[in-house]
Ligand binder design. Structure first.
Ligand code: NDP
Length: 326
């Protein structure tokens, strides 16, 4: 028996309970993992609170990411003792996830632990960090250079946002961090590398189809009016990498930024990102991310505190990344 957080549904309400599960009850997969850490991502918040129907079957062990050591494997790519990272693939939604002391996964879903990484670092980065890297890579691949102009990051105090700010600043970009918590988080965002912090309220409004051209690049984790306003302020031939919906899934925009300024919109998905791209992104994050990120922007909690932090992340009250120690 191993300790786990288990989600059940009663009268359409999600109930989270700390319990013990049998290893025999773990879902099928080639690789059994001794989980060292998981983390709290926005989607974990949705799953644990039941705020949105991301969990497709109950009972469910949440945890869309984790890192640990292989206990046994029937796939030749992994041997007992290997350290591995898991993010995405519907884990914690339709397949039991990382918030249990043991988990069983398909070998195809795993990434070998990079040489300069360990379980703690891997989950301080986690799904959010991987997604931030994919966003930054999309800007780089789209030709956005430090000399192209400022890059806007929305939802900057969150997991994806804080990693994106740090990565972009380290790569030499001028980063403007948009946040709804300017007073609380300006100091941290500047320590991570933001040149300035923009109050979310300046973007969270009805935008004109085209506004003054400000941004050479955009990493958006928020969606809705914030994204629509940012799009109307994109420079000619700029790139917007969009990955999130913390402010809602609507996009009340017009075709104008795209047809008159050649703005390119790149959607980012980390869940089904192919292995080669995923592995390259992990290597690259670890090359770029400074040690100061782990010191300033990461907290650690226990499995007992997951429900509390799931509620916090949904209310927009989490800053940076939250590691869950198993
Ligand atoms: P966090 O909650 O850590 O970050 C989101 C941030 O958005 C908050 O910290 C807050 O920043 C801001 N925010 C919160 N609520 C609102 C609101 N109502 N209106 C506007 N801004 C708000 O979440 P994550 O970083 O884990 O995820 C961010 C988003 O990216 C989520 O929507 C998530 O689902 C998505 N995501 C997508 C992935 C993909 O593969 N496409 C993978 C990972 C995440 P501040 O206070 O600074 O404004």
């Amino acid at each position: 028996m191993v300790k786990a957080l288990l989600l059940n549904q009663e009268d359409k309400k999600t109930i989270a309970q700390l319990t013990e599960i049998s290893i025999d009850d773990l879902p099928q997969g080639e690789v059994l993992v001794d989980v060292a850490c998981s983390s709290i991502n926005y989607k974990d918040g949705l799953a644990v609170t039941g705020k949105a129907p991301v969990v497709t079957q109950f009972p469910m062990v949440p945890g869309i990411d984790c890192a640990g050591t292989v206990i046994e494997s029937t796939d030749e790519r992994y041997q007992a003792g290997d350290k591995v990272i898991l993010t995405g693939w519907g884990v914690g939604e339709g397949h039991w996830g990382g918030m249990a002391e043991k988990a069983r996964f398909k070998a195809d879903w795993l990434v070998p632990m990079p040489a300069n990484c360990d379980e703690t670092k891997a989950m301080q980065i986690g799904t959010a960090g991987l997604t931030a890297m994919l966003c930054v890579q999309a800007l780089v691949d789209g030709g956005v250079k430090p000399e192209s102009g400022p890059v806007l990051v929305t939802g900057a105090s969150g997991g994806v946002g804080s990693v994106a700010v740090t990565l972009l600043a380290k790569l030499g970009y001028e980063v403007v961090a948009s946040s709804g918590r300017v007073e609380e988080n300006s100091e941290l965002l500047k320590a991570l590398g933001a040149s300035s912090v923009l109050d979310r309220s300046e973007l969270d409004r009805d935008a004109r189809p085209l506004e003054r051209q400000l941004w050479a690049g955009l990493v958006d984790t928020v969606g809705n009016k914030v994204l629509a306003t940012a799009l109307s302020q994109m420079k000619y031939d700029s790139v917007a990498a969009i990955c999130g919906l913390a402010g809602g899934f609507a996009l009340p925009t017009t075709v104008m930024p795209f047809i008159l300024r050649g703005v390119r919109l790149q959607g980012i998905d980390s869940v089904y990102c192919p292995f080669a791209k995923r592995q390259a992104a992990w290597e690259r994050i670890l090359e770029i991310l400074p040690e100061s990120f782990f010191a300033h922007a990461c907290n650690a909690i226990s499995l007992e505190q997951v429900e509390e932090y799931a509620n916090k992340i949904i209310r927009g009250q989490v800053t940076g990344r939250v590691l869950v120690k198993l």
